[in-house]
Structures are given as C-alpha cells and as structure tokens.
Design a protein around this ligand. Structure first.
Ligand SMILES: Nc1ncnc2c1ncn2[C@@H]1O[C@H](COP(=O)(O)OP(=O)(O)OP(=O)(O)O)[C@@H](O)[C@H]1O
Ligand SMILES: O=P(O)(O)OC[C@H]1O[C@H](OP(=O)(O)OP(=O)(O)O)[C@H](O)[C@@H]1O
Ligand SMILES: [Mg+2]
Length: 282
C-alpha cells in the first residue's frame, strides 16, 4: 500500500484534494479525518500539517507527500521534489515600509520577521548579511506596524496583503514556489506504485492544460490546418462521406484554443469543436 501525505489545512489543502480526486483517488469526506484508506487503488492518505509533510516523508515512514516547494526548503528535511503540480503558486519576498531598504545588503543589523526562518536564514547566510530573524506563525505583515521587526519575508501571491499593510517588496525574489510532490532523497524512483501515482497526476495536469479539437476541412487545406493543430504525436485524419473533405482531431493547448479556432475558420475549416479532456495517459 502506497502511503501518501496530503495537506490537511491552508492554501494547499483544497486544490490538492481536488487534484487527487480528479486522478481517481478517494478523498476524505470531512475535514476532521486524519487518515483514509483507498483500497481500490491500494493507497493510504495521511492528512498532515503542510509544514510537517517533508519531515514525515524524509523519515521514510510515508512514501510520498504533497507540499509547497517553499515549505520543503524551509524544513531542511532530507526530501526532494519529483513533480511540480502548478497550483498554490507564490513568490517569497522581502517587504518593508517604502524607503526602508533596496536589497538584502541593506538588512545588516536589522530584524526580519517571517514564518519561514529556514529560507530566510539560509538566504541571509548565502548573501553574507548578518541580520536577526524573528519567527512568527502568520499574519506577518502586521509585525512592522507593531514594531516587532523593520522588515518581513513572506509569501506573496496577489500582493493584496502587503498593500493593505502599506508595505512594498524590495530586492530580488528569494524563491518561487508551487505545490510539489516530494519523496525521501535517494528513494527508489522506479517503484511501480510511485510511478503509477505520478502518471495519474501528470494525466490531470495535461487534462487541465489541453482540450480536444475536432473540425472538418477540404483536403487541399489539410496541410495548413495540420500546421495549426499538430497535436502531440500527429493529428488523426479521417475521410468524410463527402469526397474532398476530411475530419481532423488533435489535442491543443486550452489557452490557444480560441485563436486556433479563428485561424482554422479563416482557412476554410468548419464544424470546429473543442471538448474538455477529463483524464489521460500520454
Ligand atoms: N495566498 C497564497 N497564494 C498561493 N499560495 C499560498 C498563499 N498562501 C500560502 N501559500 C502557499 O501555501 C503553502 C503554505 O501553506 P500553509 O497551510 O502553511 O499556509 P497558509 O495557506 O497560509 O495557511 P494558514 O492559514 O494555515 O497559514 C506554501 O507553499 C505557500 O507558498
Ligand atoms: O499576496 P496575497 O494574495 O495577499 O497572498 C499572500 C498572503 O497569503 C498568505 O497568508 P494567509 O492568508 O494564509 O494568512 P497567514 O499570514 O496567517 O498565513 C501569506 O502568508 C500572505 O500573507
Ligand atoms: Mg498562511
């Protein structure tokens, strides 16, 4: 039975459960459940605090986990990223009242408040800057107003929390994060159950980024049409009952679907349809 750690709370928890559900795994019915078994898929899910997941996985008691890249790095645990999942995207940045600092070099002798002490201490050390770090659990933006620190280092997504606190980012981004699948460093990467789990999640990622496109076009336009919709391997082309026409079917990136439909129409393609892909194995 594959043992998988899943975030039980916070920004990662909802999207992680949704992705696992789309990948065909049973998920917990209510938020107080800490552990469920999915016998059909021979998987056991452990719902843990996102911050603790890398520690459990590095101990070898759980095979894999879903967490944030920033949380993995911050933990310092002996675990490695094996698949980025594309949700809970954020940037980790320094911020302060405007005019306080322009870069990490200005932090010498100052105090930085953060929930990610590992990342911040590592970054300061790498930059050769001697500053103090104060650990806070959350709502770090308020630390400056209340005089606990002059600078914060925190997760930024839309920037709304910083703006509301009258703060501005400064310096280079410290890191870019998103949800990731992790395993113990050096664990057997070929393990078939792990490979199957990763293939299922990759299938969801592809199903979310591509749509299926179908259209009819004249044989004379086929080469131009196929250049617009090359598909992953090559498009399927089938004859139509009306001579001189073919039906074409290919996967296209969802973001480009409308533009491709316009371009196909321009060259004379008709009955252009897109349909969602629910699951796939490439
Ligand atoms: N507003 C956000 N947008 C995108 N990702 C975020 C956001 N806030 C936190 N994250 C990401 O979520 C992970 C942190 O999850 P965690 O549950 O510890 O914090 P949280 O989502 O802020 O929840 P909590 O309310 O418990 O603090 C990190 O990987 C972080 O980058
Ligand atoms: O750039 P934004 O879109 O505003 O998102 C970033 C904010 O979201 C998270 O906070 P959360 O709401 O989880 O509260 P917390 O600080 O207590 O963790 C994070 O810690 C930032 O404060
Ligand atoms: Mg938070």
């Amino acid at each position: 039975m594959l043992r998988i750690a899943v975030p039980n709370k916070g920004s990662l928890s909802g999207p992680a459960a949704e992705m696992l559900h789309e990948a065909g795994y049973q998920q917990r019915r209510e938020s107080k459940e800490l552990r469920i078994v999915d016998p059909a898929n021979e998987v056991e899910f452990f719902y843990l605090r996102p911050r603790d997941i890398a520690i459990y996985v590095s101990s070898g008691r759980l095979d894999i986990g879903v967490t944030g890249r920033d949380l993995l790095v911050d933990s310092g645990a002996d675990a490695e990223e094996i698949l980025p999942l594309g949700f809970a995207r954020s940037t980790f940045r320094f911020a302060a009242k405007p005019g306080t600092a322009n870069g990490v070099e200005d932090l010498k002798g100052r105090t930085v408040a953060t929930s990610y002490e590992g990342i911040v201490a590592g970054h300061l050390a790498d930059s050769g800057v001697d500053a103090s770090v104060v650990h806070l659990d959350g709502a770090v933006e308020t630390a400056i107003e209340l005089g606990v620190a002059e600078v914060i280092a925190d997760v930024v997504e839309t920037g709304t929390s910083l703006r509301n606190a009258g703060l501005e980012v400064f310096g280079e981004p410290i890191m870019k994060s998103e949800a990731v699948v992790i395993r113990r460093t050096g664990a057997d990467g070929e393990e078939p159950k792990v490979q199957q789990f990763l293939r299922r999640l990759q299938g969801v990622l592809v199903a979310r980024t591509y749509v299926m496109m179908d259209y009819d076009c004249r044989v004379e336009q086929l080469e131009k049409a196929v250049a617009l919709t090359p598909g992953l391997e090559s498009p399927t082309v089938s004859p139509l009952h009306n001579e001189g026409w073919v039906a074409v079917r290919a996967m296209v990136p969802a973001k480009e679907a409308q533009r491709i439909m316009d371009d196909l129409y321009e060259i004379g393609a008709r009955a252009i349809l897109t349909t969602a892909i629910h699951a796939c194995r490439l």
